[in-house]
Structures are given as structure tokens and as C-alpha cells.
Design a protein around this ligand. Structure first.
Ligand SMILES: Nc1ncnc2c1ncn2[C@@H]1O[C@H](COP(=O)(O)OP(=O)(O)O)[C@@H](O)[C@H]1O
Ligand SMILES: CC(=O)N[C@@H](CCC(=O)OP(=O)(O)O)C(=O)O
Length: 298
């Protein structure tokens, strides 16, 4: 066989092997969180957009929720606004909130929408404020003082936690006759109309639970959750998550990922996976092959 013929044979075999997975997910909703770190390489971003369009073409309903933490950080720095994180969440005052909404609902959201449309899909960008998609309330987080071990309440400003999700707008977009791909920026709206900065993983988990998604895929810039010896943890039972956070195995940005994975699985999502968005076609590998990459939370 020539190289070309064997390559074609391999492609056909791969497609054929994907059939049971395609059948399993057809008609299901998959929420994909696209992290700010995972979107820095233009070739990877184009590949991601193509993969999302492929899912849609196979009769699966992808809903993209994006982050943009590094991009928000860059603009804040240019503007001379200092920013700090507590427990993986950005402390958000009014000036920071202005930049967060500008970056997330502006260039980031639109560049993902354009990339998906460029790949032949029909993406529509919206934020958690549109159609009251994500109602939020001020986040109430606590942390333990490392010296005194006393639990302290953190004031994170306009950081929000989802309090209710109204899926009307998403369900309208996912109807077969609309065939749209929603791309959601994680800015929620409070009961008083105030806007809230929601961690994108948390927003994705809330949408996955409200939509009864079969998978929540969190694409990030590490292979998955690493243990104390920096080895990839292939599977984590939900019950182990509080311990991993408490003993410091999971820190920073990994905390909201694991918390949202636990929340979504406890609220009916089939499984959550934290996986490496830097790997080409991470989505396809996870969904359509036996060798799911990353860390499975179930
Ligand atoms: N146990 C862990 N395993 C893997 N990454 C971890 C762990 N604990 C903390 N992290 C950090 O979490 C980061 C991923 O979160 P984050 O920076 O918020 O990514 P994203 O922008 O994709 O949401 C990793 O790059 C790593 O620095
Ligand atoms: C409250 C909070 O921390 N909000 C995040 C929202 C963006 C985000 O989550 O982006 P990544 O997924 O790329 O980290 C922030 O301000 O950075």
C-alpha cells in the first residue's frame, strides 16, 4: 500500500471506530469551557473552532463558555489597574468590572464567534446577562488564615456566583431549525441589575447542570489535575474533591474547576473532564476515542 492509501485507510478506520461514541452523544448537549490560557495559539484556536463545528454537524449540541483571565490581566496592566486573586478568583472592583466585561463580551467573545463561523458553523455570542441567562449574587467565599487557622470571609467585590439559570435563550438557539452554537461570556446579572464577574469554569458548570448536559469539558493549559508528585490524576471521585483543595494539591485556578466539576456532577451532568486545551483536537480525542485525555470527575 502507498503512504497515501494507508493514511486514507487509517482515517477510515478512525472514523469507523468513532461510531459508537457519535451515537452515544448524538442529540446530547456538551458544555465546553474554553480557557483564556488555551486560546493563545491562533492555529489551536482555529482547530478548536473546527472541532466545535464538527460536533454540531454530528448532531451534538455544543455550548461554548469562554474565559479570558490572561487577556483581562493584560488590559488591566496596560491601564495601570492592579489586580489580585483570592482562592482562584479575581477581586473585582468597579474599574476592574468595566475591563472584565469589555474584554470578555467584546474581543474574546467575538473572536471565538468569528472563528466558529469561519469554520462553517453559525455561532452567536451572548453573555450571562442576555435573556437573564445567568442570574448572579455576590460571591460569599471564605478562606482559612494560614497562621491562626481562623476562617475569614473574603470580600471579592463584584465577583458573582450563579444563583439561577434561565435556559430559554439557549434552548431557542439549540433548536434544530435554528442550529446555532451559543458562545457565552461569563458575566452575570444580579437581582438589582448589577453585573457580576463570574469565573468561567463556574459559569460553565452552572449552564451544564441547568441544561442537563451529558459532559462538561473544561479545556485548560495543563494535562489535567496533577497530584502532589505532579503526576496526572486520571479519575477523581467527587467525594475526594474537598480534600484535594483543603490539602493544597489543587490551588489557584484549579479550585473553581474542581468545585464546578463537583457541582455539575452532583446536579445531573454525566461527567466533567478537565483536559489539556493545548493538545490539538483535545475535544475530539476526549469524546470520540477510548483514550479520553485529562482528568475525569464522576
Ligand atoms: N493540582 C493541580 N493540577 C494542575 N494544575 C493546577 C493544580 N493546582 C493548581 N493548578 C494551576 O491551575 C492552572 C489552571 O487554572 P487557570 O490558570 O485558571 O486556567 P484557565 O485559564 O484554563 O481557566 C494551572 O495552569 C496550574 O497553574
Ligand atoms: C471571578 C473571576 O476570577 N473571573 C475571571 C473571568 C474570566 C475567566 O474565568 O477566565 P479563565 O477561564 O481564562 O481563567 C477573571 O476575572 O479572570
Amino acid at each position: 500500500m502507498t503512504d497515501t492509501a494507508s493514511q486514507a485507510q487509517f482515517t477510515a478506520k478512525t472514523l469507523s471506530e468513532a461510531l459508537p461514541y457519535i451515537q452515544r452523544y448524538a442529540g446530547q448537549t456538551i458544555v465546553v469551557k474554553y480557557g483564556g490560557h488555551a486560546m493563545v495559539d491562533p492555529a489551536l484556536s482555529a482547530g478548536f473552532a473546527r472541532d466545535v463545528v464538527l460536533l454540531k454537524a454530528l448532531g451534538i449540541h455544543p455550548v461554548v463558555v469562554h474565559g479570558g483571565g490572561p487577556q483581562i490581566g493584560n488590559l488591566l496592566e496596560k491601564l495601570g489597574i492592579t489586580s489580585e486573586f483570592k482562592g482562584g478568583l479575581r477581586v473585582t472592583d468597579e474599574a476592574t468590572m468595566e475591563v472584565v466585561e469589555m474584554v470578555l463580551s467584546g474581543p474574546i467573545n467575538k473572536s471565538i464567534v468569528r472563528a466558529i463561523n469561519q469554520a462553517g458553523g453559525k455561532a452567536v455570542g451572548l453573555s450571562g446577562s442576555d435573556g437573564n441567562l445567568i442570574r448572579a449574587e455576590k460571591a460569599t467565599k471564605t478562606s482559612k488564615d494560614p497562621d491562626s487557622h481562623i476562617e475569614q470571609v473574603l470580600d471579592l467585590g463584584f465577583v458573582g456566583e450563579p444563583s439561577a439559570v434561565d435556559t430559554t435563550v439557549l434552548l431557542a438557539m439549540l433548536r434544530a431549525d435554528a442550529n446555532l452554537i451559543p458562545v457565552v461570556a461569563p458575566v452575570g446579572v444580579g437581582a438589582d441589575g448589577a453585573r457580576y464577574n463570574i469565573n468561567a469554569d463556574t459559569a460553565a458548570g452552572a449552564l451544564a447542570a441547568a441544561l442537563g448536559a451529558s459532559r462538561l469539558l473544561l479545556l485548560t493549559d495543563v494535562a489535567g489535575v496533577l497530584d502532589k508528585d505532579k503526576k496526572l490524576m486520571r479519575e477523581i471521585p467527587v467525594a475526594d474533591i474537598p480534600g484535594l483543595i483543603a490539602d493544597g494539591t489543587a490551588a489557584g485556578g484549579m479550585i473553581p474547576k474542581l468545585e464546578t466539576a463537583a457541582h455539575s456532577v452532583n446536579h445531573g451532568v454525566g461527567a466533567a473532564v478537565i483536559l489539556d486545551g493545548r493538545a490539538p483536537h483535545a475535544l475530539l480525542l476526549e469524546l470520540f476515542t477510548e483514550h479520553g485525555a485529562g482528568t475525569l470527575v464522576s
